[in-house]
Every structure is written in C-alpha cells, then in structure tokens.
Write a protein that binds this ligand. Structure first.
Ligand SMILES: [Fe+2]
Ligand SMILES: [Fe+2]
Length: 298
C-alpha cells in the first residue's frame, strides 16, 4: 500500500507531552541502565538534522514527495529528542542544547566528510535514493522496536506513555520509508543489488556513527539481548526480509550478536513486576500506527 502523504501532512505534529506527570520521576526515578539508554536515544534523536544534511546533498532532494516527508520527519524527530530531554532533566541530568552541542563537538573528524561521500555516491548511482529509503526503513523499525523494549524494561507508566506516543510517530516514519523502499527496489534489480550490498557491508545500529562504541554495545545488549530481546530483533529482521531483494540479511540479530555478553545488561527484565516486551507485543507496537491512524500526540 502506498504511503498517504497528504494525510501525513495534515497530521504531522510536535509530540505532545505537556499532560504527562514528569514530576513522578522524582519519587519514582528510572534505574541507571534505563537512563543510560535514554541518554543514547536523546543524542541520536537530536542528531536527525545532521542525517538530513547528508541526505539532502544527494539526488533525493529532487523528489518533492521525499523532501516533503523529510521536512516533517525532521521536525517530529526534533521533538522526540526534546521529550526525552525532559525526562532526563526530571532526573537532574543535563539535556537539550547543552548535551546536543557536546555530542556534536565530540564527533569524529571523518564526520565532516559524510556530505562529500553522500554526494559522490549519489553522482555514481541513480539508485542511491532507494538505498537511503531501505536504510531509513531499517533504522525506523529498529528504533521503534527499541522504544518498545525500553518501555517494557523500565516499567515506568509515565515513560511508557511517552514512548507509546513516540512509537506511533515512528510507525508513520516506517510506513513512508518502507513504502518508498518497496517501490524503488521492486522496480530495479540494480537497486536491489546496491541496497543489499550497502546494508550488508555498512549497516550498524542507529547511532553507531555518532555515539561511542561502548554505548552502542550497551544499548544493543540492553534492548535486544536475552531471549525476549533476541525474539524482538528477529521480528525486526523478518520485516526487513519482506523488502524486495533484502531477504536473509539478519542485520539486527547479527549486530546484537557482535555485542553479545552476559553482564547486568543482558536483556533480563528488572524487578518482579517488570513486564517483558515479547515478540508479539512488539509486533503489536510495530503495527500500532497504520497509515490511516490519527496521531496520538494530538
Ligand atoms: Fe524518533
Ligand atoms: Fe523516526
């Protein structure tokens, strides 16, 4: 089914969090692991505009459907970062512009070359936009599943509600990228080959190019290790399998395996009452934002 851009234009909005009881974190704070994961998500969400920088120098900027979506997408992602910043601030942690500026100052020098690399790749192949759309679908699926897992592991009702709203918007991002990738990959064998080659060789969990390797490893294990996490990762990989030419890549499962460990962040739920994100519950979350759904943030 084709993504309904007109509906998305009407419903795209800043995430609403004003009604959430963020003060509840004072009496019932998140544990250290959940906060560490949230710092990662805050930094990565806030980095979206920099990903956009690298995308707009490619031929993707010639497609008005793509640029319309990207305009609204980057706005929504900004407010995902701001919403997580509010949770961190409720715990007395630095967040927002202070933390974002520090993250950008710490980027490796090679980050300055990313727009050049994107531009050269786009000049070399007319199928780069298809690769970006497939890459975007993979990242949005992974992100949405990660939020579902964090909500389940943290077991905090206010965080759960905040992340539920974020996940609904991520679901619309999934719909756009997956719809675009489906069409573009189905149309061209060369696009399928390039997307498969690029994802297999270069894909790493969202934030890998921005965050320290130790944080990427921690978050990968915290969210997707252990039986429940592995089941969720496999579910994401099966969704990627459905894109033309991308069956059997096992991207998320392989990435998590490369960070495998049996430390305190091995995917086990915290506390006797902590709910577990099962494959079924994440599947429900992944399906919670069909194209026709109204935004929960309103
Ligand atoms: Fe987001
Ligand atoms: Fe997203």
């Amino acid at each position: 089914m084709r993504f309904d851009l007109a509906t998305y234009r009407r419903h795209s909005a800043k995430l609403v969090t004003d009604d959430l009881d963020l003060a509840s974190f004072e009496s019932r704070p998140l544990d250290a692991d959940a906060l560490r994961c949230l710092r990662y998500m805050h930094d990565v969400e806030s980095h979206t505009i920099c990903y956009l920088r690298d995308l707009l120098v490619t031929r993707a900027h010639r497609d008005p459907e793509v640029t319309t979506f990207l305009t609204l997408w980057s706005y929504e992602e900004l407010w995902h970062g701001e919403a997580i910043a509010a949770v961190l601030a409720a715990h007395g942690e630095a967040a927002g512009p202070t933390r974002v500026a520090a993250t950008r100052r710490s980027l490796p020098r090679r980050d300055a070359l990313r727009p050049v690399a994107s531009q050269l790749a786009s000049a070399a192949s007319s199928h780069v936009t298809a690769v970006h759309m497939a890459w975007g679908a993979v990242n949005e699926w992974t992100t949405q599943a990660g939020y579902a897992r964090l909500a389940a592991r943290a077991g905090h009702p206010v965080l759960t509600e905040l992340l539920r709203r974020v996940m609904r918007q991520e679901g619309r991002h999934v719909d756009f990228y997956a719809s675009q990738a489906n069409e573009r990959l189905a149309d061209s064998r060369a696009a399928r080959r390039l997307a498969r080659f690029t994802l297999r060789r270069l894909w790493a969990p969202v934030g890998s190019g921005v965050m320290p390797a130790a944080e990427v490893a921690f978050v990968s294990r915290y969210l997707f290790a252990g039986p429940e996490g592995a089941a969720v990762a496999a579910r994401v990989d099966r969704r990627i399998d459905r894109l033309p030419g991308l069956v059997g890549l096992d991207l998320l499962t392989s990435a998590v395996a490369s960070h495998a460990g049996h430390g305190p962040d091995d995917g086990r739920p915290r506390g006797a009452g902590a709910p577990v994100a099962t494959a079924a519950s994440v599947d429900a979350a992944l399906s919670a934002s069909p194209r026709a759904a109204r935004p929960s943030a309103a």
